[in-house]
Ligand binder design. Structure first.
Ligand SMILES: Nc1nc2c(ncn2[C@@H]2O[C@H](COP(=O)(O)OP(=O)(O)OP(=O)(O)O)[C@@H](O)[C@H]2O)c(=O)[nH]1
Length: 497
C-alpha cells in the first residue's frame, strides 16, 4: 500500500517518468484485440531513432528471415505486438530518463539501473521459453523490464537523498526494505501504479507489483514467477557474486530448467538489447565455471547444514537427559530413590479419587521408624542413612506390582494399597514388622542394626473419608497411637483410636 503522503507527492509531481505520445498510443492500440499488427507501426514512424533501432533489432539473428526487414512495418511484423510495445517503451524511457539524470550527475546510477532492467527482461523471456508452456515471453519481457521503474519515480520525488536511502544498488533485496522503512512503500508498488497510469495491461501491472516476491516453488513456473526470478538472474551478471546468486536461485529453478543453456541464451542476447537501450553490455560471465562454483557452494552448504543438524541432535539429546534428570529430582527422594512426599501425595490423591468414583477398596499404611534419633546418635548419621536406604529396599521387596511406596518425611514412609481392604493392609504391615524383627537393616562388620517401626493403617471403607488428606491424617494418628502404646506395633481401624 502506498501511504497518503507518497500518493500526494506522486500525484503532484510533474516530472515522473513519462512516455512520448506515440508510445502511449501504441500501448493503447495493443490493448485492443481488434488492432491489426501493422497499425502499431504508424504512430512510431515519426520517431526515427526508435524506428532505426527496431529495424536493426528485427534483422538480428534472433528474428532472422531470409530477406532483411527494411521498413518499420516489416520490423513490427517480425518482432510481434508485445515485443514492439516493450522495446518502444524501454527505448523511450532509457532515452529520456537516462540522459537527463546523467547530465545532473546526481541520484541513481542509471547506467547500472538500465543494465539490470534489460538483463532482467531478457532473463524473464528466456526463462519463459525454457518452460514446457511458454507463458507469453513478450509479456514477461515488459513486466521484467519495468519491474524497477518505480525507482525512477522515487528518485524524481526524493531527489539526491533517494540514492542515499537505498544504499548499495547491488544488494537489491535491501533496496525494497529500505524504501518501505524510509518512504512508506517500495518501488514495485510505485512501478505498478505508474504502469497502470500508462495504460499497460492489468496483468503486466500485477507482475510488476509482485516482481520481488518469491516463487511458490511448484514444479513449473508461471509467468509471474519468471518475472520474480528475472531480477535475481540479472544479479548473476550485475551483483558481483555470481556463484552465490546462482546457488540461491537453485531451488526455484527446479529440475526442468537447463541452467547452462539458460545463462548462455541470456548472455547471447544482451549486446543487442543493450545497444537498443544505449547502455554498455554487462560484462560476460562463464556459465560453466559459474555453475561449477555454485554447485561447490551448495555442497558446502549442505555439509554445513548436516553438521548443524548433528549439533541440534546432540543438543536435543542433552536437553532430553537434563529433563529426565529434572523429572527425577521432581519425583524421587535422592537418598532412598523412592517417590518423594510431593509425588507420593499426588499419586495417593489420584488413587483416592479413582477409588471413590468406582467404589473400590483402598488402604494406606503409615510407617514411622522407632527411635531413629538414637540410631543417629549411637551409630552416626551415615549408618542412619544406610538404615533408611535398606528400609526402602525392604519396602519395595515386600510390595506387589500395584502397591505404591514412598518416603513421606525423614523417617516416615507410606505404602498405598489400591484395591486392598484392611485385612490385606494388616498383612502387609505384619510382614514388614516380621522382616524388621528377623533381619537387621544394617549388617556390616562394625554394626548390626535392628530397627522397629510404628504403623498406622487407614482403609477407605472403614473411614468414610471426604478427602485424601483426611485419610492420610487418620493413618498418621493411628501410627502415633502405636508410638504411644509402646512402638513396634500396628494400629488399624476405629477400635484402636
Ligand atoms: N541419618 C538420617 N537421619 C534422619 C534423616 N531424616 C531424618 N532423620 C532423623 O530422624 C530422627 C527423627 O527423630 P524424632 O522425630 O525425634 O523421632 P525418633 O527419634 O524416631 O523417635 P520416635 O519417632 O518417637 O520413635 C531425627 O534425629 C532426624 O535427624 C536422614 O535422611 N538421615
Amino acid at each position: 500500500m502506498i501511504n497518503d503522503a507518497l500518493r500526494e507527492s506522486l500525484a503532484s509531481c510533474t516530472q515522473l517518468p513519462s512516455l512520448p505520445t506515440a508510445v502511449l498510443k501504441v500501448i493503447e492500440l495493443a490493448q485492443d484485440k481488434s488492432t491489426r499488427l501493422q497499425s502499431i507501426a504508424e504512430p512510431l514512424n515519426h520517431d526515427s531513432a526508435l524506428t532505426a533501432r527496431l529495424i536493426s533489432l528485427a534483422n538480428t539473428v534472433f528474428y532472422a528471415h531470409l530477406r532483411p526487414a527494411d521498413t518499420l512495418r516489416e520490423a513490427v511484423d517480425r518482432l510481434g505486438l508485445e515485443m514492439t510495445v516493450s522495446l518502444a517503451l524501454g527505448f523511450s524511457l532509457a532515452r529520456s530518463y537516462g540522459n537527463r539524470q546523467r547530465s545532473k550527475g546526481l541520484g541513481l546510477d542509471l547506467h547500472y539501473y538500465w543494465q539490470r532492467s534489460l538483463t532482467s527482461a531478457i532473463a524473464a523471456q528466456e526463462l519463459a521459453r525454457l518452460l514446457p508452456e511458454d507463458p507469453e515471453g513478450a509479456s514477461v519481457f515488459t513486466a521484467a523490464l519495468l519491474q524497477d521503474i518505480g525507482m525512477l519515480a522515487l528518485d524524481t520525488i526524493e531527489g539526491p537523498s533517494y540514492a542515499e536511502i537505498i544504499g548499495d544498488l547491488r544488494r537489491h533485496d535491501e533496496v525494497g526494505k529500505r524504501e518501505r522503512n524510509e518512504l512508506g512503500a517500495d518501488h514495485t508498488e510505485i512501478g505498478a501504479w505508474l504502469a497502470a497510469s500508462w495504460g499497460l495491461s492489468r496483468r503486466c501491472c500485477d507482475w510488476i507489483r509482485h516482481s520481488h516476491d518469491s516463487p511458490v516453488g511448484t514444479s513449473s513456473l508461471s509467468g509471474a514467477e519468471c518475472v520474480m526470478l528475472s531480477g535475481r538472474l540479472a544479479d548473476i551478471w550485475l551483483a558481483g557474486d555470481g556463484p552465490n546468486t546462482l546457488a540461491q536461485l537453485d531451488t526455484w529453478l527446479g529440475k526442468g530448467v537447463q541452467r547452462e543453456a539458460l545463462l548462455g541464451r541470456i548472455q547471447e542476447r544482451l549486446p543487442m538489447i543493450a545497444e537498443l537501450l544505449d547502455v554498455e553490455t554487462p560484462e560476460r560471465i562463464d556459465p560453466q565455471r559459474l555453475l561449477f562454483a555454485a554447485k561447490q557452494l551448495l555442497l558446502e552448504r549442505n555439509l554445513e547444514m548436516q553438521r548443524n543438524l548433528q549439533q541440534v541432535d546432540s543438543e536435543l539429546e542433552h536437553l532430553r537427559s537434563h529433563n529426565q534428570q529434572l523429572d527425577r529430582v521432581a519425583r524421587f527422594d535422592p537418598l532412598t530413590h523412592l517417590y518423594n512426599r510431593r509425588h507420593l501425595t499426588i499419586l495417593f490423591e489420584q488413587h483416592f479419587a479413582d477409588a471413590k468414583r468406582d467404589a473400590l477398596e483402598l488402604s494406606l499404611v503409615f510407617i514411622d521408624l522407632d527411635h531413629f534419633k538414637q540410631i543417629n546418635d549411637l551409630y552416626g548419621h551415615h549408618q542412619g542413612d544406610e538404615a533408611l536406604k535398606a528400609f526402602a529396599e525392604l519396602l519395595l521387596r515386600i510390595s506387589d506390582a500395584g502397591t505404591v511406596v514412598g518416603r513421606y518425611g525423614g523417617e516416615e514412609f507410606l505404602a498405598v494399597l489400591p484395591g486392598r481392604e484392611l485385612p490385606e493392609a494388616l498383612a502387609f504391615a505384619d510382614r514388614l514388622c516380621v522382616e524388621l524383627r528377623d533381619h537387621p537393616l544394617v549388617a556390616s562388620p562394625d554394626v548390626t542394626l535392628y530397627v522397629t517401626a510404628s504403623i498406622g493403617i487407614a482403609s477407605l471403607k472403614d473411614g468414610d473419608f471426604e478427602t485424601s488428606e483426611a485419610m492420610i491424617q487418620t493413618a498418621d494418628q493411628r501410627m502415633y497411637l502405636s508410638k504411644r502404646e509402646g512402638r513396634n506395633r500396628v494400629t488399624a481401624g476405629r477400635s484402636h483410636l
